[in-house]
Write a protein that binds this ligand. Structure first.
Ligand code: ADP
Ligand code: GLC
Length: 484
């Protein structure tokens, strides 16, 4: 039987993206279609999203949604159905999705994403009869109130559909002051330990985790890690209490976007059989980053420049990397302190370290296609996508052993190397000595072309397409809705 799922997220490719959530929310619908699941995505009507539904049909008009005029407009996300929450008072602004151009959060984020949650709950409950849904799937704190509205304040006559809450990053919880509660339109009963109340304020993610039928996160290891205070960030008790209602399903990658044989962004497309063509991509990348063509390996980084991503430790290790004959090409945006540290390193090593600050999708492809190894020294990483792109592109991942990085990269220890199954290098603990040692290992392996080639080929052979994970989400939806 065909199942209709409403997926609610605050970003999705190809329309709006600040990170991996957009990749996942954008790819999931197509991955589910072969399993008899029609996934409709609900997105906020930011300017870039409104452009895509200019002539869209209006499905519903609200006089008042969290105090704002709003409409639900139909459109398409790729080939899949899309519904946009058009609320100009909340979303029609220049700047970022979550904050202004200076990086300050919008002060009314609680209202913006409460409106998204309210609209999602209404749709899932049957607000638009022509668009009925069997299940609601909420992503991250921005969608966290959707399951809570369905549970505590459904529309009159609303259908009670099962709900899935997916945590892409426990570090972002959507915590707001107590004062916001009275404006959410939730009954008093919701102000409770099992409702939206969290440390005296309102917790959007916490509310979603309490109300959802099932919680998922984006890798099995992260699903275990968030049971401890170090990773659970205050919500570990809730995770433990939900027991086997917490599942880890690793993300896939979208083969239409990330395939070195068909990638339109890269100068010289290649496959495992024509891997020697990577050299042309490497030369182009060196030129683009102003690097001397050299003998040593070319490391790359594509990342948010933050503490989570271990970018402060990367700054410390630059001299060591260059001392070993390595070079680095980095693309990222984020913390000013980290940017200053990287820039100082590049000034010490002209021609060896090249930096581009900002967001550039096409360049992120060229980096994966031309780099020898990608560094991902994250302190925690719910799934991580850049190491998966690295695997698919023969850009060997050097990763911290945490979360999805631990689940997707096979360390080149002696046993794995001799069995030919190793795909990268893992290290434990995001410290200078651990990262420096991992880089030393990578450089040594790179100087043994047979071993390095074996790492590349084993990585490229791995199947991280959505096929497996799509099947797992489909099975979960069927279990929750009781449909065969
Ligand atoms: P997170 O979502 O925590 O930032 P992921 O590894 O899951 O980490 O996803 C990051 C996504 O954003 C990847 O698709 C990566 O290629 C992309 N990305 C990160 N920084 C940049 C950048 N500066 N320019 C282009 N793409 C970037
Ligand atoms: C978050 C996580 C990242 C994950 C992405 C998509 O941004 O930080 O690890 O890959 O969501 O699930």
């Amino acid at each position: 039987m065909m199942l209709r799922v409403l997926s609610v997220a605050s970003e999705a490719v190809p329309l709006v993206k600040t990170g991996g959530l957009a990749d996942v929310a954008g790819a999931l619908p197509a991955a589910l279609a072969p399993h008899g699941i029609e996934m409709t995505t609900l997105l906020p009507g930011y300017p870039a999203v409104m452009k895509a539904v200019k002539r869209g049909r209006v499905l519903h008009s609200y006089d008042q949604l969290l105090g704002q005029k709003a409409r639900l407009v139909a459109g398409k996300l790729g080939a899949q159905p899309l519904i946009v929450l058009d609320a100009p008072g909340l979303f029609a602004r220049d700047g970022g999705l979550y904050g202004d151009a200076n990086g300050h959060d919008w002060p009314d984020n609680w209202r913006r994403f409460a409106a998204l949650g309210r609209a999602a709950a209404d749709l899932a409950g049957g607000l638009v009869p022509a668009r009925a849904f069997d299940l609601l799937h909420a992503h991250d704190w921005q969608a966290g109130l959707a399951p809570a509205y369905l549970r505590f304040a459904p529309l009159p006559g609303s259908r009670a559909v099962p709900t899935v809450m997916t945590i892409h990053n426990m570090a972002f919880q959507g915590y707001f002051s107590r004062e916001t509660f009275k404006e959410l339109g939730l009954p008093k009963a919701a102000w409770s330990l099992t409702g939206v109340e969290y440390h005296g304020g309102v917790g959007f993610l916490k509310a979603g985790m309490e109300a959802a039928s099932v919680i998922t996160t984006v890798s099995p290891t992260y699903a275990q890690e968030i049971r401890s205070p170090e990773y659970g960030m205050g919500l570990e008790g809730l995770i433990v209490s939900r027991g086997d209602r917490v599942k880890g399903i690793v993300n896939g990658i979208d083969p239409a976007e990330w395939n070195p044989a068909t990638d339109a962004h890269i100068p010289a497309p290649y496959s495992t059989a024509t891997i020697a063509r990577r050299k042309a991509n490497k030369r182009a990348l060196e030129a683009e980053f102003g690097l001397e063509p050299g003998d040593g390996p070319l490391f790359i980084v594509v990342s948010r420049l933050t503490w989570q991503k271990g970018m402060d430790v990367l700054v410390e290790v630059l001299d060591h990397l260059v001392g070993l004959g390595g070079r680095l090409a980095l693309l990222g945006s984020g913390d000013a302190g980290i940017i200053a540290g990287l820039a100082a390193g590049a000034a010490r090593h002209p021609g060896r370290i090249g930096l581009k600050f900002g967001y550039d999708e096409a360049l992120s492809h060229r980096l994966q296609a031309g780099g020898d190894a990608i560094l991902v020294p994250s302190r925690f990483e719910p799934c991580g996508l850049t190491q998966l792109y690295g695997l698919a592109y023969g850009c060997v991942p050097v990763v911290a052993r945490t979360g999805g990085l631990a689940d997707t990269v096979i360390d080149a220890n002696l046993a794995a190397l001799s069995a030919g199954v190793a795909t990268g290098i893992q290290f434990s603990g995001v410290t200078y000595p651990a990262l420096a040692d991992a880089i030393t290992r990578a450089v040594a392996l790179w100087h043994q072309p047979e071993q390095w080639g074996s790492l590349q080929r084993a990585g490229m052979k791995q199947d991280f397409s959505w096929a497996t994970s799509g099947r797992r989400y489909a099975a979960l939806y069927r279990e929750l809705t009781g449909t065969p």
